[in-house]
Design a binder for this molecule. Structure first.
Ligand code: 13P
Length: 252
């Protein structure tokens, strides 16, 4: 069995000033990491640079929350993958459900964003997940598979090597409702089997699949205990150093 290094990632969304970001990463830099997890923080753009500089001598990695699909041009308010990289990010989220639902990012747009990130050498954390309506209509696996198929269309296993998938059921984000460990495991197993079928056994076995949606210090252990859950993408609790520290140090 391939052993996969766990990943604990914090998506700060539209929170934290530069001073608050500095304070938070300074606290995180001192946190123990008993599971030798890969730790990632995703600040908003204005704080990417300070976070990177303060985390320079630590293993904590910094991600952007999104990038535009073009390298430059007249795209007011957008940030390119090259700019995110220049600010210090080594990874980026793509396809977070808030990008999909609030900003209208379609599979086609996300596919171009993945291309932009890869072009600039940013590792991608590609997010998928169903709405409550889709879950209730028994469409979860179909929806998630469609998001993977369309969002990652046209890339080879070699190009996608190292990609991280985050399964975030939309109904569990910021709602306090967490998928049960069994619900998460079912979807994670389906994602892994899709990756195996599409990109080969080694790719399927090596790819880390994170769960996101109301992950807390109090539920992380049972979620991380599931075979195909390789990490967590944390929103709210990643803003609180002590809570995120406990999540990083989940009990196996
Ligand atoms: P919450 O942990 O606040 O539910 O957010 C999850 C999320 O969207 C992380 O990307």
């Amino acid at each position: 069995m391939t052993s996969r290094t766990p990943i604990i990632a914090g998506n700060w969304k539209m929170h934290n000033t530069i001073a608050q970001a500095a304070e938070l990463v300074t606290a995180l830099a001192k946190v123990e990491n008993k599971n030798n997890a890969e730790i990632i923080v995703a600040p908003s753009y204005p704080s990417l640079n300070i976070a990177t500089r303060l985390l320079k001598d630590t293993p904590i990695q910094v991600a952007a929350q999104d990038v535009h699909w073009e390298d430059k041009g007249a795209f007011t308010s957008a940030v390119s993958a090259g700019q995110a990289k220049d600010a210090g990010a080594t990874l980026t989220l793509i396809g977070h459900s808030e990008r999909r639902s609030v900003f209208g990012d379609t599979d086609e747009i996300l596919n171009k964003k993945v291309a932009a990130a890869l072009r600039h050498g940013l590792k991608v954390i590609f997010c998928v997940g169903e709405t409550l309506q889709e879950r209730e209509a028994n469409k979860t696996l179909e929806v998630v598979e469609g998001q993977l198929k369309n969002g990652l269309a046209g890339f080879t296993a070699e190009q996608l090597n190292g990609i991280i998938i985050a399964y975030e059921p939309v109904w569990a984000i910021g709602t306090g409702k967490t998928a049960t460990p069994d619900q998460a495991q079912e979807v994670h197993a389906a994602i892994r089997s899709y990756l195996t079928k599409t990109y080969g056994a080694a790719f399927g076995a090596a790819t880390r699949i994170l769960y996101g949606g109301s992950v807390k210090d109090t539920n992380v252990d049972e979620i991380m205990a599931k075979e195909d859950v390789d990490g967590a993408l944390v929103g709210g609790q990643s803003l609180i150093a002590e809570k995120f520290a406990r999540i990083i140090n989940f009990n196996k």
